[in-house]
Design a protein. Structure first.
Length: 433
């Protein structure tokens, strides 16, 4: 879910490309090509079945699916010219702007059914809308972060816990909870941050940049990171997270939480199947801590779009309408456990509906901050919708990883801010012209 798919965003001094050139509506019939990443086995099976069902039910359009190993997927798209891309392609949500910037995607509204667009959740629309206000990507599923907790271990240590997003632990309350839990634990390791995944990649950015929003700051303000990413507020917030290292289990066996070794795990929806199986009714799903401006979470996952090189975008739209239907979305989210990316999918999901065990994730995504500065009321924060996101992610995750290991927070965040600003300046802010 959180593997980096960082697409090259243009050479120094690039002014961007016309993102709409080349797309042709076509006849709306015939064969279309589809590219997707080869992810989890369950996801692959669900996608293959969706394509097979579509082909069986539609006499006028035939979809041909090509699966590309996930490790090679982003590089394949980056290396392909617009006219070498398929009619329909999957891409990691945060990289959408890179594709728009490099002229590889077409806006969807002209080619898909309006009902398909209207059925997309607020968070999916937020992640799929580019700076020009047009939607270039829609998703079958979304993502979200939370704290999983072992109720028995919390109760045994006398730790009370929040029951809603708006009652999230404050930083002070979370610190107190860690101390109480550590006092009742032999090795004082009571928190899993997925340290085994590593913090210098996309997990570092996805998991911990929401901390900045929760504290009242951000990765950037406009086209500038200096003064925001390295502000006193940001420094204090990241130092706080780094201070938890004394309580963190390195989780080298990936079983720190499910085995009962630690009572808290900072993770995403993808951990629920394993954790639920291990803990049953003893599993709690809680919001991340509130650093002062409300609990926040990341959002965004794999999305689908139509390439600007398509000669049959109307047929591609017919395929996407089917792929984003209730049947296909249910099959996919049953396979991977992710939050449905459609309104109807959420309503009909046993896990994510209002009385479901993962209702908190659905509520967080519904309360997306969108393209506006985060407020205490909104919760889900899209990763910056800019072609320069790969630069931002690499700089921040590298800084976070260094700070977590003991480096000076102010120095590392300032270095990251300078690198982001330098690259943005060299590329004219990655503006599409």
């Amino acid at each position: 879910m959180i593997t980096a798919a960082l697409i090259t965003t243009g050479c120094s001094g690039s002014t961007g490309s016309d993102s709409e050139q080349g797309a042709k509506a076509g006849s709306g019939t015939g064969e279309i090509t589809v590219w997707a990443h080869q992810g989890q086995p369950g996801e692959v099976t669900a996608l293959q079945q969706a394509v097979s069902d579509f082909n069986a039910a539609n006499k006028g359009v035939t979809a041909s699916l090509r699966l590309i190993p996930e490790a090679d997927y982003a590089k394949t798209i980056a290396a392909s010219s617009p006219d070498a891309l398929p009619d329909v392609l999957e891409f990691d949500g945060p990289t959408m702007s890179s594709l728009v910037y490099n002229g590889k995607l077409s806006p969807l509204s002209e080619f898909i059914n309006p009902q398909t667009e209207n059925n997309a959740t607020n968070s999916v629309v937020a992640q799929g809308t580019a700076a020009d206000g047009k939607i270039y990507g829609l998703a079958m599923f979304d993502s979200g972060l939370g704290l999983y907790a072992n109720k028995s271990l919390l109760d045994a240590a006398g730790v009370s816990y929040p029951t809603s997003v708006d009652q999230a632990w404050t930083v002070e309350q979370f610190d107190s909870a860690l101390e109480k839990l550590a006092a009742a634990d032999a090795d004082r390791k009571v928190l899993d941050l997925a340290e085994n995944v590593g913090f210098d990649g996309e997990w570092g950015s996805y998991a911990f940049s929401p901390v900045l929003s929760s504290a009242g700051t951000a990765l950037m303000t406009g086209d500038k990171a200096a003064g925001t990413l390295d502000s006193d507020t940001a420094v204090t917030a990241i130092q706080e997270v780094a201070s938890w290292r004394q309580f963190v289990d390195p989780n080298t066996d990936t079983k720190a939480f499910s085995s009962g070794r630690v009572p808290l795990s900072w993770s995403g929806h993808w951990s629920y199947p394993e954790y639920s199986k291990a803990l049953g009714s003893n599993l709690l799903v809680l919001p991340l801590p509130n650093f002062g401006k409300g609990a926040k979470t990341g959002q965004g996952s794999w999305a689908w779009g139509i390439s600007s090189g398509s000669d049959n975008a109307k047929a591609a739209g017919v395929f996407l309408d089917d792929l984003l239907s209730d049947k296909s979305v249910k099959a996919m989210t049953t396979a991977n456990g992710a939050p449905p990316g459609t309104r109807s999918g959420l309503i009909n999901s046993a896990a994510y509906r209002e009385d479901g065990p993962l209702a908190l994730f659905a509520e967080q995504l519904n309360r997306t901050c969108g393209d506006q500065p985060p407020t205490p009321e909104c919760v889900a924060v899209p990763r910056p919708v800019t072609p320069g996101y790969p630069v931002i992610s690499k700089a921040f995750s590298g800084a976070f990883s260094a700070i977590y290991r003991g480096a000076d927070a102010k120095s590392e965040l300032s270095k990251a801010a300078r690198e982001i600003d330098r690259t943005f300046a060299e590329n004219d802010g990655y503006r599409v012209k």
